[in-house]
Design a protein around this ligand. Structure first.
Ligand code: FCB
Length: 447
């Protein structure tokens, strides 16, 4: 059975990870620019200064996407290109880049999906307190409206935020991502600010936009490491922390009570009034899926007290993430049951593997082919169970700047030689083209 007519077959990237030229044409620096230029923050001192040089090579890259057979492309907009100071007057050259990109995509029959915030807050706004500034929702809504005005006639799907959980936890709790803070106090407050910013952007969209808007969350099922009641409780806690933190407020207007237990005295004690205005702000949900967690109770794990247990007998990617395709169907069915079956796109799914030497002129990434095949079968299974799944985006189109890992982790369907910027589609790109061509009919034999 082929996937439904109109199902989107895409690949995804984000601005700081692929564009390069972060300060070109009057763009303002982002927190990731500053972070990557701070010694010790990113592996090998890597930065996004050049990345895939997509800012200059976008036209050729779009031709490549067409050759791969993509029907959709998910990219993100660098806020600081459009508003160098984060607020104020738009920079026409920054806006123009995204206009040209969208036009090039449409000329090739590729549908654009735009993310407004994939982690690169303008540094000028961080200097004013970042998301914790009470004005942050307004800043974001103004920026969002600028983009809607410029592109909504040509962009049918918008995402406000990419993975707010990662922004919060990696950026403000663990300090591994920009802005590199480690604060239990800040974390739930940044989360709340992000939700308010999302709602403010959606409310701007409701007045000027004509299509659909949602956000992308990272989700992973949490399974207890044993039948012990403590481990069951730990898995439930981590499930609330990762999967329900943002979705419960957005769909049910309430934070999971587990968060109060996790944050203790640092939990701000939000009331129903603080969450009013959130339900109804998601036309569709983007789901980024990579792996699952198997967890045990561990008082030393800060602050969730639920430690991950590596499944040594199972296959893992180069990120050391367990390959667990069944979890994709599981999480999609969980969304359907808990949140009323909203339209869903898998906005990211993929794997990093180390390069193997080419054979017959092609980079053989059989492990990635296998990863994609199994996850597409899981997606198919979810569709068959009634999940309203509308599209699938592989992460990533290119090998790119993998945040704190720099260029050491390769997620691309297309290999990038960072010394020459040469792009070489891998075996997985050929596999994916076959899948798209057959509309996903039997991804088992899509090669
Ligand atoms: C996700 C991010 C994306 C990429 C993948 C591997 O968390 O959204 O930018 O880094 O992980």
């Amino acid at each position: 059975m082929p996937f439904p007519e109109g199902f989107l077959w895409g690949a995804a990237t984000s601005a700081y990870q692929v564009e390069g030229s972060p300060l070109a044409d009057g763009a303002g620096a982002s927190i990731w620019h500053d972070f990557a230029h701070t010694p010790g923050r990113v592996a090998n001192g890597d930065t996004g200064d050049v990345a895939c040089d997509h800012y200059r090579r976008y036209a050729d890259d779009v031709v490549l996407m067409a050759r791969l057979g993509l029907s959709a492309y998910r990219f993100s907009i660098a806020w600081g290109r459009v508003l160098p100071e984060g607020t104020g007057k738009p920079n026409p050259k920054g806006l123009d880049f995204y206009r040209r990109l969208v036009d090039a995509l449409l000329a090739q029959g590729i549908e654009p999906m735009a993310t407004l915030y994939h982690w690169d807050l303008p540094a000028a706004l961080q200097a004013r307190g970042g998301w914790l500034n009470p004005d942050s929702a307004g800043w974001f809504a103004d920026y969002a409206r600028t983009m809607f005005d410029a592109l909504d006639d040509r962009v049918p799907h918008w995402l406000t935020l990419n993975e707010p959980w990662v922004v919060t936890v990696a950026g403000h709790l663990q300090g591994e991502h920009a802005p590199g803070h480690r604060s239990l106090y800040e974390t739930p407050r940044v989360a709340h600010a992000l939700l308010r910013a999302h709602a403010a952007a959606v409310s701007a969209y409701r007045t000027v936009g004509r299509h659909r808007i949602g956000l992308a969350v990272n989700l992973e099922p949490q399974h207890p490491a044993s039948g012990d009641a403590k481990d069951l409780a730990a898995a439930a806690r981590r499930h609330a922390f990762i999967n329900r933190w943002y979705l419960d407020p957005l769909f049910h207007g309430a934070y999971p009570p587990e968060l109060e237990d996790i944050f203790g005295a640092d939990w701000p004690g939000y009331t129903a009034a603080d969450l009013a205005g959130l339900p109804g702000t998601v036309d569709f949900l983007g789901v980024n899926y990579y792996s699952r967690g198997v967890v045990r109770d561990d008082p030393a794990d800060w602050p969730v007290r639920a430690a991950r247990v590596r499944q040594d007998d199972r296959p893992h990617t180069a990120m050391d993430w367990e390959i667990y395709p069944a979890g994709l169907a599981e999480i999609l069915l969980w969304i359907k049951g808990r949140y009323g079956n909203p339209p869903v796109f898998i906005t990211e799914n993929g794997a990093a593997f180390d390069d193997l030497p080419p054979e017959n002129g092609e980079l053989q990434d059989a492990q990635r082919v296998d990863y994609l095949r199994r996850h597409l079968l899981a997606a198919r299974h979810a569709l068959d169970q009634g999940v309203d799944l509308r599209g699938y985006f592989a992460w990533s189109l290119f090998d790119n700047f993998e945040w704190a890992y720099g260029y050491t982790k390769r997620f691309g369907l297309v290999h990038v030689d960072f010394a020459t910027q040469r792009r070489t589609p891998k075996q997985s790109a050929r596999f994916y083209r076959g899948v798209i061509h057959a509309r996903g009919d039997n991804p088992d034999s899509g090669e």
